[in-house]
Write a new protein. Structure first.
Length: 242
């Protein structure tokens, strides 16, 4: 069984991450994945909601790290399954080398105080594709429009390298400004990546809603960043042992 009990409130977040990593590796083995000298990404989302959790795992050290470089992952290169009221997708055969030196995932610090979401130089879309919510991204990059109830999460990282910062933004009245409320948890099925060759930087942009509920039925993708949601993981692994 991959799940015994939800990590107690009396253990540290780092210990909880270790527990979820162990459970994730056991689940992957139960699905025939050979783990041990690879990197693995394991993403779970509760159906009909934006609630999700994701782990990037160095299987040789059996630890979660902050991220796997998005630009090194082929689109749709993962396995997707339904377990109870959850969708799970995973890839347990990614090359280990890109994250071999990354430190173990630690509880997220306060959002970095970046002056702007992007570096402001030669920003270009990475693997550009048109989305149903395309206008959200067009306005965010251009600094136009008004999107009440939408929060943008921008992860800035060295291209093919470690994470530098994670910041939250909103677009109101034609201005991009920092989001000062609590971090939202309702994730929309919409994301884009950008890069700046001049600065050797890569940016991942996810979109969240501040509404009470989000409907994302049968939509899940591989999220190449560790995001611990104890409630989602606990209920998923409990369902997986039934």
């Amino acid at each position: 069984h991959f799940y015994k009990e939800k990590p107690s409130h009396f253990i540290t977040q780092a210990q909880a991450a270790t527990s979820w990593t162990t459970s994730s590796l056991e689940f992957l083995r139960s699905r025939g994945c050979a783990v041990g000298q690879t990197a693995a990404i394991f993403t779970v989302q509760r159906n009909r909601t934006g609630d999700f959790a994701s782990l990037v795992i160095d299987t040789s050290r059996r630890v979660a790290v902050d991220l796997y470089p998005s630009e090194l992952i082929a689109q749709h290169d993962y396995t997707e399954r339904t377990v109870g009221d959850f969708n799970v997708c995973f890839n347990a055969s990614l090359p280990l080398a890109p994250i071999a030196g990354f430190p173990e995932h630690a509880p997220a610090p306060a959002p970095a105080a970046e002056a702007a979401p992007f570096c402001g130089h030669s920003l270009t879309p990475w693997r550009a594709r048109r989305l149903d919510r395309e206008q959200l991204f067009t306005d965010f990059v251009a600094g136009t429009g008004d999107h009440a109830g939408i929060v943008y999460e921008v992860v800035r990282q060295v291209s093919n390298g470690p994470q530098l910062s994670k910041t939250l933004w909103q677009v109101r009245g034609g201005n991009v400004q920092p989001w000062e409320g609590e971090a939202p948890t309702q994730k929309l099925h919409a994301f884009k990546n950008y890069k700046c060759d001049a600065c050797n930087l890569f940016f991942s942009v996810d979109v969240y809603s501040t509404a009470a509920a989000v409907t994302n039925f049968h939509h899940v993708r591989l999220v190449p960043r560790t995001h611990i949601n104890a409630e989602v993981l606990g209920q998923f692994f409990a369902a997986a042992t039934l």
